[in-house]
Design a protein around this ligand. Structure first.
Ligand code: ZN
Length: 110
């Protein structure tokens, strides 16, 4: 089956979350790998998509869009919007951050 990268689900995620999500970092619950959603592997299976971790192949999320309603199952995502430490640029510098209910990340953008 042909696969796409995570940019293919940008529209579906925008409909579900109301903002551009492909640049968000996601941590895989299976292997702990952290990557931008845009870098994930997408299996486009209408009426939605299956999204897998590029590192280990585990299921990250399932997105469906039926009868005008988007449903996003994030069961394989341990954390979203994981930011690099100030000395970033190195893979070992990633850390998870807590995202508030409003989507705000403490200390980011201040
Ligand atoms: Zn993984």
């Amino acid at each position: 089956m042909d696969t796409l990268d995570g940019n293919a689900i940008g529209g579906l995620l925008y409909e579900a979350f109301g903002e551009e999500m492909t640049g968000f970092m996601a941590a895989c619950a299976a292997c702990g790998g952290v990557a931008a959603i845009a870098e994930s592997v997408v299996y486009p299976c209408l009426p939605g998509a299956v999204v897998r971790c590029r590192s280990c192949g585990a299921l990250l999320m399932v997105i469906t869009h039926i009868h005008g309603v988007s449903c996003v199952d994030l069961q394989g995502v341990a954390a979203l919007n994981v930011l690099p430490l100030p000395n970033a640029g190195q893979q070992a510098g990633w850390r998870p951050v807590k995202v508030s209910a409003t989507g705000e990340v403490p200390g980011f953008g201040e």
